[in-house]
Write a protein that binds this ligand. Structure first.
Ligand SMILES: Nc1nc2c(ncn2[C@@H]2O[C@H](COP(=O)(O)OP(=O)(O)OP(=O)(O)O)[C@@H](O)[C@H]2O)c(=O)[nH]1
Ligand SMILES: [Mg+2]
Length: 298
C-alpha cells in the first residue's frame, strides 16, 4: 500500500523545486522517497527520477510526429500516458510496497487539471492498484497582491478540486518572495483561510467595472464562500519548518499518518502537529516580513 502525492500547479509555481526539496527532506527523515517525473517538458531537473515519462514518450517526438506546438504536444504526451498507464504501473513495481513514498512531478499546463481527464484517469488507475495519493496544488503567492488574480486562483483551485476528486491541498508557494512585492491589502491569514471575500469586492470593482460584472464578481465571491472548500497552506521550499508543516497536511490527506508512520519521521511530524494553519500563516507573515497596508478583515 504505497503512499504519495501528485504535485500540480501553473507553470513556474515551483513544482519541480518542491519535488526535489521534499525528496531531500523525507529521505533525511529516513523515509524512502522516489520521484516520478510525469512532465516531458522538464529539461534539466534538480533530482534523479526513479521513473521518467520521457522513457515512454518525449515532447519533441510528439510535436514532430503530429506537427503540434508545445501545448498540443504536452496534451498528446499525457493522453498517451493515460493510454499506456500499464507502462507506469510496471515501472513503479519495484517501489510498490509501503516501504516507498512516491512524489509525482506533473506538467504546468493548467488545462490538464481543469478539463482534460487524462491525469485524473491515471490517478484513478493508480488508486485501483492501491496507491494512496493526495494532490498538492501549488500556486504562486504573488497572486495575493491583486484581488482579481486571487479570485481567479480561487476559481482555478475549485475547478481543479472538482475535476480531480482526490484529497487536495492548495498551497501558496514562494511565500518568501511576497515581501518584495509591496504591501498586501490584508494579513496573510486572510488569504490562506479565504475569509469573507466581500472585502475584495471594492478592489475587484474599482476599475470602472460595469454593473453587470460588479454583480458577477459578487456572485463569484459568494459561490467560493458557500462551498468553503478552498484554503491554502504556505510554503517556502528552503525553510525546513515550512516544509514540515506542509508534509503534516499531506500525510493527513493521503492517510500516511494513520498507516505508515515509522520511527524517524515521528518526532518531526509531532512537532509539526503543534501548528495550525492560521498560526502558520501568521508565522510566515512575520518570518518573511510581509507588510500589509493596515486593512483588517474580520
Ligand atoms: N524564492 C523562492 N523561489 C522558488 C521557490 N520554489 C521555487 N522557486 C523558484 O521558482 C522558479 C520555478 O520553479 P520550478 O520548480 O521550475 O517551477 P515548476 O512549477 O516546476 O515550473 P514548470 O515545470 O515550468 O511548470 C525557479 O527559479 C525556482 O528556483 C520558493 O519557495 N522560494
Ligand atoms: Mg517543473
Amino acid at each position: 500500500m504505497p503512499f504519495g502525492h501528485i504535485v500540480i500547479g501553473p507553470p513556474g509555481s515551483g513544482k519541480t523545486t518542491y519535488c526535489a526539496g521534499v525528496h531531500q527532506f523525507l529521505n533525511a527523515l529516513g523515509r524512502k522517497t522516489i520521484i516520478v517525473n510525469l512532465d516531458p517538458a522538464n529539461d534539466s531537473v534538480p533530482y534523479t527520477s526513479a521513473v521518467n515519462i520521457e522513457d515512454l514518450i518525449t515532447l519533441g517526438d510528439a510535436m514532430e510526429a503530429y506537427q503540434l506546438g508545445p501545448n498540443g504536444g504536452m496534451v498528446y504526451c499525457i493522453e498517451y500516458l493515460e493510454k499506456n498507464v500499464e507502462w507506469l504501473i510496471e515501472q513503479l513495481k519495484p517501489y510498490s510496497d509501503d516501504e516507498y513514498y512516491i512524489i509525482f512531478d506533473c506538467p504546468g499546463q493548467v488545462e490538464l487539471y481543469t478539463h482534460n481527464e487524462s491525469i485524473r484517469k491515471v490517478v484513478q488507475h493508480l488508486e485501483k492498484h492501491n496507491y494512496r495519493l493526495a494532490c498538492v496544488h501549488l500556486v504562486d503567492a504573488s497572486y495575493c497582491t491583486e484581488a482579481a488574480k486571487f479570485v481567479s486562483v480561487l476559481l482555478l483551485s475549485l475547478t481543479t478540486m472538482s475535476l480531480l476528486e482526490m484529497p487536495h491541498i492548495n498551497v501558496l508557494s514562494k511565500v518568501d518572495l511576497l515581501s518584495g512585492l509591496g504591501q498586501l491589502d490584508f494579513n496573510l491569514e486572510y488569504y490562506t483561510s479565504v475569509m469573507d471575500l466581500n472585502y475584495l469586492l471594492d478592489s475587484l470593482n474599482d476599475h470602472g467595472t460595469s454593473k453587470l460584472f460588479g454583480k458577477l464578481n459578487r456572485v463569484i465571491c459568494e459561490l467560493i464562500e458557500d462551498f468553503s472548500m478552498v484554503g491554502f497552506s504556505t510554503l517556502c521550499i528552503t525553510d525546513k519548518n515550512s516544509v514540515a508543516n506542509l508534509m503534516k497536511e499531506v500525510d493527513k490527506a493521503n492517510g500516511y499518518i494513520f498507516g505508515a508512520l515509522t520511527e524517524g519521521n515521528e518526532n518531526i511530524m509531532l512537532a509539526a502537529d503543534a501548528t495550525d494553519l492560521l498560526s502558520e500563516a501568521r508565522d510566515a507573515q512575520l518570518i518573511w516580513s510581509i507588510a500589509t497596508n493596515g486593512n483588517i478583515a474580520r
